[in-house]
Design a protein around this ligand. Structure first.
Ligand SMILES: Nc1nc2c(ncn2[C@@H]2O[C@H](COP(=O)(O)OP(=O)(O)OP(=O)(O)O)[C@@H](O)[C@H]2O)c(=O)[nH]1
Length: 387
């Protein structure tokens, strides 16, 4: 099955929620006209299709290949870990949304005149997928522009919304940057249960597949179960996991791990951290100390601080971004558990509000269930459009 097919299947809950809601809204006051669509649903084709790996940055904070600070090492030109390029794929595969929007909208089925009432219902529908009020308003307003009073079918509405969602998300869809400097240190933060361990395992496996040598440090030293779980994932990925006795200082483990990674010539060091957001002062101290000690070995480290978020927490994910931005210098996001949630809209909200790079999305519990974030595929799958 294609990646898009997988993504679509896995975003089924959000898209079927939208599907049912849209059908109900349109058929509430519908006219089954058939014939030509009264709106040009292909107009959004003008949305620029940007090659993610090569696109220019929208702001320094979202540019993965440009060293954000002097202290950061030089970035390689073609670094894509959560998006390992498949040979020939880019050339052969036309833009998904382009294909979807390039197709004539289905002329069959009921249509409804776009008016204030319908617009409000559409806003509510998007809000129900955790897209947030502001972002939902933005999407529906863009969709309605120049189309007020026109008759729209569900498919046309989906296409217009998908185009707007893809437009919002394009600037944040950036693969995790790889730097020439080794070991590249990746600090992984996020609340307990968000999927940090799983994501580290999946990433390690992708790094290995890309020919990189990886070391993992089990920095949540206070929870034996968390360490064991990380070891399981390290085994799966074929990557060594450095641990320390339960209750020992995570910063000291990070220092040892950094030493080992340097001595063994590892390309990447991923450091798992505790996620006790309930005790922020402690967590902040812990994270600050980890950063301080690894900087003794390399002043430019950590080179990435990945925040792992759980999509099933919906809008609460935004609070977590707020909180972790205060605790650490978050450089990018991974959103997990997008499969099986009806709250996938939160990712749009996050992109709209914070503009932090989204490096990858977790779409299952298996080792290869970490997908590159493709805004067009995501928007199309989120809206339940066909490939
Ligand atoms: N369906 C699904 N489950 C996921 C995904 N990512 C992680 N999980 C599951 O979420 C649960 C928590 O994942 P962990 O990786 O242990 O989360 P953590 O943040 O390390 O949690 P702690 O070890 O408690 O700090 C596990 O049961 C994972 O299998 C995903 O993308 N999809």
């Amino acid at each position: 099955m294609s990646l898009f097919g997988k993504l679509k299947n896995r975003l089924l809950k959000t898209s079927s929620k939208l599907d049912e809601g849209l059908d109900a809204i349109v058929s509430e006051k519908s006219e089954d006209l058939g014939g030509e669509p009264s709106v040009d649903a292909t107009a959004e084709q003008a949305t620029p299709t940007v090659d993610i790996a090569e696109k220019p940055s929208v702001s320094p904070a979202t540019n993965p290949v440009e060293p954000p600070k002097e202290a950061k090492p030089d970035a390689e030109k073609t670094p894509t870990i959560a998006t390992p390029p498949v040979e020939g794929e880019a050339a052969e595969k036309p833009s998904l949304l382009g294909r979807v929007l390039g197709r004539k909208a289905s002329t069959a089925g009921p249509r409804r005149v776009l008016d204030d009432e319908m617009l409000e219902q559409l806003e509510e529908l998007l809000i129900s997928t955790d897209m947030g009020v502001e972002t939902s308003l933005r999407v529906t307003a863009a969709m309605a522009e120049g189309r007020f009073g026109q008759k729209l079918s569900s498919v046309e509405i989906k296409q217009l919304m998908a185009a707007e969602i893809a437009r919002i998300m394009e600037p944040v869809a950036t693969p995790m940057p790889l730097y020439q400097k080794t070991p590249q240190v990746i600090l992984v933060v996020g609340v307990n249960g968000s999927g940090k361990t799983t994501t580290i395992g999946k990433l390690a496996s992708q790094f290995r597949a890309a020919g990189k040598s990886v070391v993992i440090a089990a920095g949540d030293t206070f929870r034996a179960a968390a360490v064991e779980q990380l070891q399981v994932w390290g085994d799966r990925a074929g990557v060594p996991v450095l641990t320390a006795p339960e209750g020992s200082d995570p910063a000291s483990l990070a220092f040892d791990a950094m030493t080992k990674a340097q001595e063994s010539g590892a390309d990447l060091l991923m450091i798992d951290t505790a996620g006790r957001l309930q005790n922020r002062a402690d967590l902040m101290e812990e994270l600050t100390k980890i950063v301080r000690v690894i900087q003794k070995k390399d002043p430019s480290a950590p080179h990435n601080t990945l925040l792992v978020l759980d999509a099933t927490t919906g809008q609460n994910a935004l609070n977590q971004v707020d909180a972790f931005q205060k605790l650490a210098d978050v450089s990018g996001l991974v959103m997990t558990k997008l499969d099986g949630t009806a709250r996938g809209g939160v990712l749009v909200s996050l992109a709209d509000k914070y503009g932090l790079p989204i490096h990858a999305i977790g779409v299952g519990e298996q080792i290869d269930d970490l997908a590159p974030f493709d805004p067009k595929d995501f928007a199309t799958a989120l809206m339940g459009l066909e490939d």
